[in-house]
Write a protein that binds this ligand. Structure first.
Ligand SMILES: [Zn+2]
Length: 94
């Protein structure tokens, strides 16, 4: 019944949105579908979350790890600082 109501009002279900979400974010759907998906994302937190996760993954891939590297270096820095603060571990000997 809900499905039928949604269909009559031209709204998409979560399943339908998730099916076309990637294409939508890549700008590969027609204007009418884009409008319906945007309308759904406006109201549905679940699909909106999916969309933001996909966007983040996509931009992460697009930047080719340039975003990740400083983060890893920062963590290594913090790790080194912690080692110094806790007292350096004994040097390894064979
Ligand atoms: Zn949804």
């Amino acid at each position: 019944m809900m499905k039928l109501l949604r269909r009559l009002r031209g709204e998409m279900s979560c399943g339908e949105v998730l099916e076309v979400l990637q294409a939508h974010l890549d700008g590969e759907v027609d204007a009418e579908t884009a409008r319906k998906v945007a309308q759904h994302l406006d109201k549905c937190q679940l699909c909106d979350h999916e969309a933001s996760v996909y966007t983040r993954i996509k931009s992460g891939l697009a930047s080719k790890r340039r975003v990740l590297d400083p983060m890893i270096l920062d963590q290594l820095d913090q790790f080194a600082d912690r080692l110094v603060a806790d007292g350096a571990p004994p040097a390894e000997s064979d």
